[in-house]
Design a protein. Structure first.
Length: 287
């Protein structure tokens, strides 16, 4: 199993949370406050660095470093939802370079395999180079053998094998191909963005994180949710946290249901509880 997947399941069980909060907001201060408010209740924090104004690229003290400090404080993994899709060489530059230098602060990134499997090889090279650089800097093996409770330095990739938006082009054949490509890079691909579990072969241990998640109106603490079973005005389709977890998804991804709320910390706690109860129910059924 990928070291970050092992760490993720350790977090899920110790924090009793299957929640990824998605920072679909547009300024750096609001993103950092959201991470701090929801930190105790989530295991993954998903960012879109390129929608944020005010990104400070300064090494060590900039936005990436501040977010990394919050991840250590609250124990969560950072997932930059970059959806790489270009040729391998360009994807490498996008991963490592520019103002964001995603490689330095994001434990997890994701990609469409539309451009073919070599793009994964390109990203993997960067991820493995990062681990080596880190090992050399620390003069020790940082892979899970650093401070107890800290995430391993490994980098991980999620492939988009299904999408939550209406009319998307990721049909069954595409999904199957994506999974078979993932199997050839198990040392880097942790799993999928998908709407259901993708494991079908005995050695499959891929994690599934699922967006398009919303509480039913009668369970909501305010009116920040979209209605499950319906769409937002631009074709996003929602399912309840309970349904997603019971069908076998490992982590639910919640964006506007939490970050559009004035009480985002309380909303995160509520999503965490509902999803965790469903997860316990599923584990009982699986016994
Ligand atoms: N996302 C989806 N569907 C996908 C892949 N990714 O919604 O198939 C991402 C979006 C957004 C979040 O980019 O950041 O998950 C969902 O936000 P929402 O909960 O506000 O709909």
């Amino acid at each position: 199993m990928h070291p970050l997947t092992i760490y993720l399941f350790h977090l899920i069980h110790s924090k009793k949370s299957n929640l990824c909060v998605s920072a679909d907001i547009t300024t750096v201060p609001s993103m950092l406050s959201l991470a701090d408010a929801c930190g105790p209740h989530m295991v993954v924090f998903k960012t879109h660095a390129d929608i944020l104004s005010g990104w400070d690229p300064t090494p060590v003290t900039g936005t990436g470093a501040k977010l990394a400090a919050l991840a250590r404080k609250h124990r969560f993994l950072i997932f930059e939802d970059r959806k790489f899709a270009d040729i391998g060489s360009t994807a490498q530059l996008q991963y490592e370079g520019g103002d964001y230098r995603i490689l330095e602060w994001a434990h997890i990134v994701n990609a469409h395999v539309i451009s073919g499997p070599d793009m994964i090889r390109g990203l993997k090279e960067m991820g493995q180079g990062w681990v080596k650089k880190h090992d050399d800097l620390k003069g020790m093996n940082a892979r899970g053998e650093g401070k107890v409770g800290e995430p391993p330095e490994e980098r991980g990739l999620l492939l988009l094998s299904q999408m939550s938006s209406a009319g998307n082009l990721l049909d069954e054949a595409y999904t199957k191909k994506t999974v078979s490509i993932a199997r050839t890079h198990r040392d880097f691909v942790m799993g999928f963005i998908a709407l259901e579990p993708m494991n079908s072969e005995p050695e499959d241990d891929f994690v599934v994180m699922t967006p398009g998640c919303s509480l039913p109106p009668d369970q909501s603490l305010d009116d920040s949710e979209f209605v499950p079973g319906a769409e937002d005005p631009l074709g996003q389709q929602y399912v309840t946290p309970r349904d997603l977890i019971l069908r076998g998804c490992d982590v639910i991804i919640v964006g506007r249901g939490i970050c559009n709320s004035k009480i985002s910390g309380a909303k995160a706690e509520q999503y965490k509880k509902v999803a965790w109860e469903a997860y316990e129910e599923r584990l009982r059924q699986e016994k």
